[in-house]
Write a protein that binds this ligand. Structure first.
Ligand code: 5AD
Ligand code: SF4
Length: 432
């Protein structure tokens, strides 16, 4: 058996793509996963290009792979940076054996055999390809429901790297959910760049779910499945029908990611997000009214071109009003092939850094207060990991990390836990 070492950068879609790569190479090419890079016959880095940082990380990692690899071992670059840099990667690092784009994962078993293969076609349709089985977590499964992204957010490189959006037929999604449940998963996370745009385009005429709400209904009928999560939805497509399903379907976990990006309607227009500050606030108010125990997370970019102090204060105003449970916040990073990168009014880096710091410091306080509100509640925790000191850890329905005293027998079980203590990123409790 040959050994495969794989490093994954970026988002949940990349994690799933890596699982697909591991499955294909394991089942069709006789590769076995290793954590030890020195013994690997094939080293793959699955890259992200959403900001400049992970792109520079690629080239520093490649340099270290070259030093560590055993003689004759191959190096492959997959993912979003593979898509947008293509053969440029081999020019800069000639010891790289192949480049496999984020939209071409199913070609992995071909490129491993071709010296300097570059497969990065973003029109390639993988929406009906059935990958081999592999998942890194025995208790949970990631399941793709669409590929690509049709949005044209002016800051974002993803449409360039992952191509146009195509929904995966619901019968294939249900098949994957059933397989996951049969092999022990009680929870699935449905994945896509824009999940609630599901059904916008299929590559073939299909029976079954035609929109995201219908898909959620179908998935929730699978026997033995207890929890459904999804990421990421787009605020624009959060219609009332979807929010009603989210609120009333007991299998859907009460955790939702609502990516704000900016609280200024003017900046949102420049970003081509398609919604206003008011719409965003209205959706979050509605979610909190329908589901009082919900956890809302978001993504925020500071320092988008033209962002004034007033625009930034609008973002802070949304942060105060919604009181997000988690915020992923970023300094704007100009990306190649995106409209905003060539806008004249770029914000100085120090100004953006200062705003990021203000946002993060204020949100830390809110986050701790939101966590402290959990103390005294009884929450359902799906335990999945043994921790030191006789503890086990898992996620509550709303996605919060919970630790409790316990051992192996709690793993894979959904158990009532009384929350006794809150920290910034985790809760402690007692099994009741
Ligand atoms: N600069 C900074 N952050 C970005 N994101 C996407 N593109 C950029 C960029 N050019 C952020 C968005 C998105 C998250 C995945 O990454 O907030 O929701
Ligand atoms: Fe994921 Fe976007 Fe990074 Fe690609 S660029 S890996 S889609 S976060």
């Amino acid at each position: 058996m040959k050994k495969l070492y794989i490093q994954t950068l970026g988002c949940a879609m990349n994690v799933r793509d890596s699982e697909h790569i591991i499955a294909e190479l394991g089942q069709k090419e006789d590769y076995q996963l290793t954590q030890d890079i020195n013994e690997a016959d094939l080293i793959i880095i699955n890259t992200c290009s959403v900001r400049e940082k992970p792109v520079s990380k690629l080239f520093s990692e490649l340099g270290s792979f070259k030093l560590k690899k055993k003689p004759g071992a191959k190096i492959g670059v997959a993912g979003c940076t593979a898509s947008h840099l293509g053969k440029e990667i081999i020019k800069r690092a000639p010891y790289v054996d192949f480049v496999l784009g984020a939209r071409n994962v199913s070609k992995i078993t071909q490129v491993v055999h071709k010296k300097h293969a570059v497969e990065i076609d973003t029109n390639y349709d993988e929406s009906t390809y059935v990958f081999g089985d592999y998942r890194s977590n025995p208790y949970k499964a990631y399941i793709n429901i669409s590929i690509g992204c049709d949005k044209k957010c002016t800051f974002c490189i993803v449409p360039v790297t992952r191509g146009e959006e195509i929904s995966i037929p619901s019968r294939l999604i249900i098949q994957e959910v059933k397989k996951a449940v049969e092999s022990g998963a009680k929870e699935v996370t449905l994945l896509g760049q824009n999940v609630n745009n599901y059904g916008r385009r299929f590559s073939a005429q299909e029976e079954g779910a035609k929109n995201f709400t219908e898909l959620l209904q179908e998935v929730s009928k699978v026997k033995g499945l207890e929890r459904i999560r999804f990421t990421s939805p787009h605020p624009l497509h959060m219609d009332d029908e979807f929010l009603h399903e989210f609120a009333t379907n007991s299998k859907i976990c009460k955790q939702i990611h609502v990516p704000l990006q900016s609280g200024s309607t003017r900046i949102l227009k420049e970003m081509k997000r398609g919604y206003s500050k008011e719409w965003f606030l209205n959706r979050c108010e509605k979610i909190r009214a329908l589901v009082p125990d919900v956890a809302i997370s978001t993504d925020i970019i500071v320092g988008f071109p033209g962002e004034s102090e007033e625009d930034f204060l609008e973002t802070m105003d949304v942060v105060e009003k919604v009181r997000f449970d988690t915020i992923f916040s970023f300094k704007y990073s100009p990306r190649p092939h995106t409209p905003a990168a060539s806008y004249a009014n770029q914000v100085p880096s120090e100004v953006a850094s200062k705003r990021l710091q203000i946002l993060q410091e204020r949100h830390k306080q809110i986050q701790l207060e939101q966590m402290q509100k959990q103390v005294g509640k009884v929450v359902k925790v799906y335990f999945e990991e043994l921790k030191s000191g006789g503890q086990v850890a898992g996620r509550a329905d709303d996605g919060r990390l919970v630790y409790a005293k316990g051992s192996e027998e709690l793993l894979g079980k959904i158990v009532d836990v009384k929350v006794t203590k809150a920290y910034l990123t985790k809760l402690e409790g007692e099994v009741v």
